[in-house]
Design a protein. Sequence first.
Length: 157
Amino acid sequence: MTDIQVVATNPKARHDYFIEESHEAGLVLRGTEVKALREKKVNLRDSFARIESGEVFLHHCHISPYSHGNIANHDPLRIRKLLFRHEEISRLAGKTRLRGYSLIPLKIYFKRGKAKVELGLARGKRPADKRQVIKERMAEREVRRAVKEKRPPMVKK
C-alpha cells in the first residue's frame, strides 16, 4: 500500500463537471513550493490544465508563498509543468479536441514523497444537469430516511 498524503482537493470540480476518467501526473515545482504544499497552502478552485506544444501545463493553481521563505519565494500563480508520458499526452490531446472536454485538477497529494496531481478528463455540466443531480441526491436521502424509520429500535442489553 502506498502512503498518500492529500494536500488539496477541488470540490467544485465534481459539482461543475462530469468526470469521465482521471489520470495521475507529476508536478514540477521550484524552490519553496514544496514546503508551501506541505503546509497545505494551495487553492485549486479555478485551475485547469492545457496541452501546449506536446506538453501539459497547470494554469491558475494558487500555491501561497512559504511562510518562512525569503526574497526568493515563488510566484503564487505561475504556470506549472505536469509530467506525463508522450503516449498519454497524445491520447489526452485527442480527447480534449472533442467538444466540451477539459482537463481539471481534482486533487494534489504527495505519493512516496513526490508531489502529484490527479487530473480529470471532464465535460461541463449544464444547470439542468446540476438540478437533476440534486433531485437524485434528495430522493436517495428520503429513501434512506424512510428505511431508517421502519427499522425497529435497537435494544441495549
